[in-house]
Design a protein around this ligand. Structure first.
Ligand SMILES: [Zn+2]
Length: 344
């Protein structure tokens, strides 16, 4: 049984219009439209053509119905019109990534989701309370990825072709998903992970309407800064008027970017406006705006590594690809840089 929603999803995930797919597959525009509307089923020959053009196995189209993750559910940073197609591709891929995690759950018991919801608190209060509930004290978080995975978050990598979309998250059937841009520095990925945690804690049950996106972003950033660099602990470090060397030492301690550390000190009024500006200029001159000299290694996933490369009943990229009727290379995209390259 041919499933029209599968054809649509496979097309959207590549960012293709129907016209473009007609060109690349050699199937007429009219037929394609009828297939997607469920008016007609493709012939064997056209099915093979479509499978080839969309990089899926012909059986992919016979699987159960699937829809892209709804855009109102996802915490996108940029909501401009220009990225609508790209965002659509990311949301269609996210739906397949959910299927990937379900394949894993057929063989492994993954941690139950346990992300608290504090939609009535300020971002700072919420960050403090999450730290307290999770017994994290005032210490630096050693790994945001491991922490989130242990709390039942399913973490995947955003396709690097769409890295302008940036990290995002959503909750589906009570399970939180976070997609990280794993082409960024380790420090920035940590901040992104904390930012998405902020969305889950503060906005998990809201519709992500564009009208309030600016304030949501500011709140998630405030949550992230306070979660990674708690107010009381930073204040206890006597950083008043700190120079570059002290700031660099502090960012290594907290495992954040030098820019985020500087911003945090300004927020806590430990740097004057003038000190803040001149520090930013110096850091920028030394390359800290675009990258993170002498930074940390990006974090990797413990969960995916165990599940995909462990010895017992593992789900390899190939197994998962076979189970989902897609290409193993696509599975590797879902976990890119989250597991060792050699293993993937
Ligand atoms: Zn956000």
């Amino acid at each position: 049984m041919f499933n029209p929603s599968r054809l649509r999803l496979a097309r959207l995930r590549l960012g293709l219009t129907i016209t473009k797919l007609a060109e690349t597959s050699g199937v007429s525009l009219r037929s394609l439209t009828e297939y997607e509307n469920g008016k007609r089923e493709p012939s064997e020959e056209n099915l093979t053509r479509l499978a080839g053009a969309l990089f899926v196995a012909p059986h992919f189209f016979e699987r159960e119905a699937i829809d892209p993750v709804p855009v109102e559910a996802a915490s996108f940073r940029k909501l401009s019109k220009a990225t609508a197609t790209r965002r659509g591709a990311v949301l269609a891929t996210a739906a397949l990534t959910i299927e990937f995690f379900k394949t894993i759950e057929n063989r492994f018991r993954l941690p139950d989701p346990s992300i608290p919801s504090f939609d009535k608190l300020s971002p700072e209060q919420a960050a403090d309370l999450v730290r307290r509930q999770w017994n994290l004290g005032d210490r630096p978080i050693s790994s945001m990825v491991h922490l989130l995975e242990s709390k039942g978050v399913r973490l995947a990598s955003l396709n690097h072709e769409y890295s302008d979309i940036d990290a995002f998250c959503f909750i589906q059937d009570g399970v939180p998903y976070v997609f990280l841009n794993t082409s960024k520095s380790g420090e920035r990925q940590r901040f992104d992970a904390a930012h998405e945690l902020g969305h889950l804690v503060l906005h998990g049950h809201l519709e992500m309407v564009p009208a309030t996106s600016k304030s949501r972003e500011a709140e998630a950033n405030a949550f992230a800064a306070n979660f990674l660099m708690p107010r009381s602990a930073v204040l206890a470090q006597s950083m008043n008027g700190a120079g570059i060397d002290r700031i660099l030492a502090a960012r290594s301690y907290w495992r954040t970017s030098a820019m985020a550390m500087t911003h945090r000190l300004r927020e806590l009024q430990l740097l004057s406006d003038w000190q803040y500006r001149s520090t930013c200029i110096t850091l920028s001159d030394r390359g800290y705006r675009r990258s993170e000299p002498d930074g940390i290694m990006p974090e990797t996933s413990q969960l995916l590594r165990k599940v995909m490369y462990g010895s017992q009943s593992r789900v390899s990229a190939k197994d998962a690809a076979t189970a989902l009727d897609i290409h193993p290379g696509e599975i590797r995209e879902y976990v890119r840089h989250l597991v060792p390259i050699s293993a993937a």
